[in-house]
Design a protein around this ligand. Structure first.
Ligand code: ADP
Length: 274
């Protein structure tokens, strides 16, 4: 059976989180090149999600979009967050296409609906068809309309969690084999390594040890409205329970994303069933 790999390019690696609306083009170019090279060396299907970093986080913070429709300004917030998130998405898609990958944007703001901040439903038929064509769907952390609070922000991890579950048991010729979360640190630590130097690396997270380590997983540096490392790990653990393993790697180090795509394990933090 063939593999389907889900990759997330973190906001901290594709943008400069401290400067609004600033992408790191050289990092993006290197990452998409690694993706393309891996796809040429090995046969696998691929979804590339990405965080928003300093793009949507700026208007999301200004309009409190994650809190829902709270005043008349909220509607302007929805429009501006969607615009900002999709502008960064166009850059990722454009760079993937330049390498030779047939990448296509997936906008959750127009193909999904949330309820209390969680994805209730997402129309995945186009994604399945793109995968059948061996094309590369590119979803991203986006604003989403919410049946209860009006609007919300959905993280890439929430989207990959939903896709992992809905694409895993299709009885197709492929199954979700792995999730790769690219950050700018070496994996998951007992605290944010950018803030605290006395933190320890966590090589493996399982449902069993998560209860103990979750108190350490605080929000990420700068601006992050979707809740930092604990949020990411929680969503990946749900997939681990279904047998889909994830790995959080330091994709700032050239070559690590490619190696991980080609099957190397244990480069970063592995999130697994046991
Ligand atoms: P997003 O796309 O959600 O912004 P990032 O890839 O930027 O995702 O998130 C990774 C960031 O999380 C790192 O840059 C790191 O500074 C921060 N972080 C916070 N807590 C931790 C932790 N316990 N272990 C590793 N990184 C952490």
């Amino acid at each position: 059976m063939g593999e389907l790999i889900l990759v997330k390019l973190g906001g901290s690696i594709i943008t400069n989180k401290n400067v609004p609306f600033s992408e790191d083009l050289s990092a993006i170019e290197r990452l998409v090149k690694e993706i393309h090279e891996a796809r040429q060396e090995k046969n696998f299907k691929l979804i590339v999600g990405h965080g928003g970093g300093s793009y949507p986080h700026t208007p999301a913070k200004e309009f409190h979009t994650n809190e829902g429709i709270i005043d008349q300004g909220s509607y302007e917030g929805i429009a501006k967050v969607q615009d900002a998130a999709s502008r960064l998405n166009r850059i990722i898609v454009r760079e993937l296409i330049k390498t030779g990958e047939n990448a296509v944007s997936i906008h959750l703001s127009s193909c999904g609906i949330a309820e209390d901040g969680e994805i209730k439903e997402m129309f995945v038929e186009p994604i399945k068809k793109l995968l059948d064509f061996n094309m590369v769907p590119v979803p991203y952390g986006d604003v989403c309309l919410d049946l209860n609070k009006g609007c919300t922000i959905l993280s890439t991890e929430q989207i990959l969690n939903y896709l992992g579950k809905s694409l895993n048991n299709l009885g197709k010729e492929y199954r979700v084999s792995r999730i790769i979360i690219c950050t700018d640190v070496g994996g998951v630590f007992t605290g944010d390594p950018k803030i605290n130097k006395n933190v320890e690396f966590i090589p493996k997270i399982t449902p069993k040890n998560f209860e103990k380590i979750k108190q350490h997983l605080i929000g990420s540096l700068g601006i992050d409205v979707t809740g930092g490392m604990a949020h990411k790990v929680r969503h990946m653990l749900e997939l681990a329970k279904l047998g889909i393993e994830s790995e959080v790697i330091d994709a700032k180090k050239p070559g690590l994303l490619k190696k991980t795509l080609l099957g190397e394990k244990g480069i970063g933090t592995v999130i697994t069933k046991d």
